[in-house]
Design a protein around this ligand. Structure first.
Ligand code: 13P
Length: 258
């Protein structure tokens, strides 16, 4: 069986590199205690300012070949006068192999439309990194399937089937993300329904072959209490963890469920 992906999206946390290092050291010790039998691939996505140091730590000790570096965002141009932006070649040089794109906090808080997500997604692929493409409805209303279908179509517009096959998709219903008021996790059953729908849109619109389908993760209020329920489903290739990924005890508890 393929290894499951566990992606830690630290968002704008922690506040210092010393705290970040503590989290990494704690997880590294846990990996050491597992020996050879790891059933997961770990991807850490720290804030930009910690990427370089985190990248060095991930090349050492028990992390080596088991854990990978990801960025939380990218700019769509490779060079230029673009104040505040970080380019694909810059991320490459820091050793980032994955980049989150289309996270709902960028789509909704910062107003990034599907067209922007699409341009960033193309920049990630152009720079030979793996996009972790977030999609998900804002509310679970009678229209949510239509919404999700259109979001997937616009997010992946203009990509070849091969390109889509290189992506990892994260289904993250916005209402399930822990930082949103009243958030609650989706159930594995209903997450699987949405994941099926996403796969059907890709198969229908891009004629993707079954063997070339992207991996699909679930994200939204994943904790040590429900991680096993999601990870245990064959239709769910992993989890994208936010809040719980910067709590070292809780994160290791999540890993211990796999
Ligand atoms: P939480 O795990 O805090 O709900 O965050 C999910 C998320 O947004 C990960 O990208």
């Amino acid at each position: 069986m393929d290894k499951k992906y566990i992606v830690a999206n630290w968002k704008m946390n922690p506040q210092t590199w010393a705290e970040a290092e503590q989290i990494l050291d704690f997880v590294d010790d846990y990996l050491g205690s597992l020996g050879e039998s790891k059933e997961f691939s770990l991807i850490f996505c720290p804030p930009f300012v910690f990427l370089e140091e985190a990248g060095k730590v991930l090349k050492t000790s028990h992390f080596e070949h088991e854990a990978f570096l990801g960025a939380q965002d990218i700019f769509w141009e490779d060079t230029g006068a673009d104040t505040g932006e970080i380019s694909g070649p810059m991320l490459n040089k820091l050793g980032a192999e994955y980049v989150i794109v289309g996270h709902s906090e960028r789509r909704w808080k910062l107003g990034e439309p599907d067209e922007t997500v699409n341009k960033k997604l193309k920049a990630i692929l152009r720079n030979a990194m793996v996009p972790i493409v977030c999609v998900g409805e804002r509310v679970r209303d009678g229209n949510f399937k239509e919404f999700l279908k259109e979001q997937v179509e616009k997010t992946f517009a203009g990509l070849t089937p091969d390109d889509i096959g290189k992506c990892i998709i994260a289904y993250e219903p916005v209402w399930a993300i822990s930082s949103n008021p009243g958030a609650r996790p989706d159930t594995p059953e209903s997450a699987i329904e949405s994941i099926h729908m996403i796969r059907e849109v890709l198969i229908g619109n891009w004629k993707l072959e079954i063997g070339n389908l992207p991996k699909v993760l679930y994200g939204g209020s994943v904790t040590s209490k429900n991680a096993a329920d999601f990870i245990g489903q064959k239709e769910i290739d992993g989890i994208l963890v936010g809040g719980a990924s910067v709590n070292k005890d809780e994160f290791v508890k999540i890993l211990s469920q796999i």
